[in-house]
Design a protein around this ligand. Structure first.
Ligand code: GLN
Length: 534
């Protein structure tokens, strides 16, 4: 079997140029040409994973099937490729050092001095080769976080330099840079790109392709200039102009022939054009919606939209599937009170209460659910959102006035949401939640059974607390029923209210599994219900 080919994507000039989207778009085109592709992200920070990071620091934490807590770019990779990622797809400096130091403590280095070069760089190289060695992929796109010139990126760039030397034509580097437009001069400027490439050259890496982010089209003169000063072919200077939607980028890259240039440099052939019919029809529906629907997203990080990235994208997919545009109203849960909730949520046709941790904003979430339940507005509660729905029902329907989650109130007399038995002794914070994919049996005839069209599903989890089964009979008798149960642990994964037009709470995170190819049925049906709400 031929060995896997590697494409490294580095970034220059500034952060936020969209390396993740460029990587995902290129991977999409190569996949559409019939190659088996995956994408890996190298993150230069010292946290072992982003699971312990506050969303304000790093946006959403994306969870993979195998329970890895990863960078939100992995969400884009899955949404674009519709192929699951895993722990191997996200490497951090913290993870690299943890592994090296663990080996050192075991004595694996046989008395040697352990150093950045070669020990850290070897560890990085091994982690990069891991996906290629599985035999499951023809091409691995590896995105290096941060910007070239950052102190913390240096070991990664050195690892890439060595790999380029070892793998020769089996590996290329794409550098994403900025070509700014100076309005005072009325011109695009190439100097920042030249400097950025020089910086890469100082580390011994010559980029093979330059992707230039720009607000204005690159003229052929600019392309020639960049090519000449940065030692790349003119055809390898790719324009990446600002796009209306991230989902436009694969087609923009196709127009620029990025995929063709990449294949040529990797000595790969492709006799057919990329098969993008599903993608194109998705874009068509996205661009020309027939209807519009207003949905409230209640959370406590709403000023930072990245904290709910996968939910927002899942709503876009679901809207498109319904040939409609979903207008998300980002509502801060701390601003909601029983007294103002009907005013603040007026006109919304669907209410989604987001996942989260800790006490802040919890009463606002409960007030929103109270409003949605009583006014028969479609409601979707995700993880903490489902837990809040259970608390609301306990307080306002079962009359358990002090009901709460033991996460928020340890000594509540009615812990309707309680810590899992297996979590009671856990003191370490990193990687210790109930994480990753678990199976769930759906109750025949329930709403979820109808919309998933399956008896058993698997969904991804990330939490410590659960529905307390001691209260199950009481809930069921009063109209909130469990319709999804974990077959091994009997944990309640889904609750519904059959008397309400659309009221579903899920303990898992369906948003992680929504992709362009497969919009998630739960979101699709939720948006459909919202569209039908008068
Ligand atoms: N904080 C809750 C728990 O740990 C919910 C977590 C979440 O919403 N992801 O159970």
């Amino acid at each position: 079997m031929a060995s896997a080919k590697y494409i490294f994507v580095t970034g220059g000039v500034t952060s936020s140029l969209g390396k993740g989207i460029i990587s995902a778009s290129l991977a999409k085109l190569l996949q559409a040409r019939g190659y088996r592709v995956t994408i890996q992200k190298l993150d230069p920070y010292i946290n072992v994973d982003p699971g312990t990071l506050n969303p304000y620091e790093h946006g959403e934490c994306y969870v993979t099937e195998d329970g890895a807590e990863t960078d939100l770019d992995l969400g884009h990779y899955e949404r674009f490729l519709n192929v699951p990622t895993s722990q191997a797809n996200n490497i951090t400096t913290g993870r690299i050092y943890l592994s090296v130091i663990t080996k050192e403590r075991k004595g694996d280095y046989l008395g040697k001095t352990v150093q950045v070069v070669p020990h850290i760089t070897d560890e990085i190289k091994n982690s990069i080769k891991l996906l290629g060695n599985t035999g499951k992929f023809d091409i691995i796109v590896t995105e290096v976080g941060g910007t070239v010139g950052d102190i913390e990126s240096l070991p990664y760039i050195e690892a890439i330099r060595q790999l380029k030397w070892e793998m020769q034509s089996n590996c290329i580097t794409i550098h994403l840079t900025l070509v700014p437009f100076l309005s005072a001069a009325g011109e695009l400027k190439t100097k920042p790109t030249q400097h950025s490439v020089k910086m890469l050259l100082e580390s011994g890496v010559q980029p093979d392709i330059l992707v230039c982010r720009t607000e204005k089209p690159l003229t052929s003169e600019i392309r020639r200039k960049v090519a000449l000063f940065c030692n790349v072919a003119t055809e390898a200077v790719i324009e990446s102009i600002d796009a209306e939607s991230i989902y436009d980028v694969p087609l923009l890259m196709y127009k620029e022939a990025l995929d063709k240039v990449v294949l040529k440099k990797l000595n790969l052939t492709s006799d057919k054009e990329p098969e993008l019919s599903v993608w194109r029809s998705f874009l068509q529906k996205l661009k020309y919606p027939k209807n519009e629907v207003h949905i409230g997203l209640i959370g406590k990080y709403v000023e930072l939209k990245d904290a709910y990235k996968s939910i927002a994208e899942a709503l876009i997919h679901a809207g498109t599937e319904n040939e409609s545009v979903v207008k998300i109203h980002w509502i801060h849960s701390e601003s909601l009170l029983d007294e103002n909730v009907s005013e603040k949520l007026k006109g919304l046709k669907g209410i989604l209460v987001a996942p989260g941790f800790g006490e802040r904003g919890i009463e606002g979430k409960i007030a929103a659910i109270h409003y949605a339940r009583e006014n028969k507005i479609p409601f979707l509660g995700i993880c903490l959102g489902m837990q809040c729905a259970v608390i609301e029902f306990a307080r306002n329907v079962l009359g358990l006035k002090e009901a709460h989650s033991s996460e928020m109130k340890k000594d509540t007399p009615d812990p309707v949401i309680d810590i899992m038995e297996s979590q009671k002794k856990v003191t370490k914070k990193g990687g210790t939640m109930r994480l990753g994919a678990y199976t769930c049996n759906l109750k025949p005839g329930s709403k979820v059974h109808k919309l998933y069209k399956e008896d058993q599903i698997t969904e991804r989890h990330r939490h410590r607390f659960e529905f307390n089964n001691k209260y199950l009979d009481q809930f069921q008798a009063a109209g909130m029923v469990p319709t999804g149960i974990n077959p091994l642990s009997s944990l309640v994964e889904i609750v519904e209210m059959p008397k309400h037009p659309w009221f579903v709470g899920v303990q898992f995170h369906p948003e992680y599994k929504s992709t362009v190819d497969k919009p998630h049925p739960l979101f699709v049906d939720f948006v459909k219900a919202a569209l039908e709400t008068k």
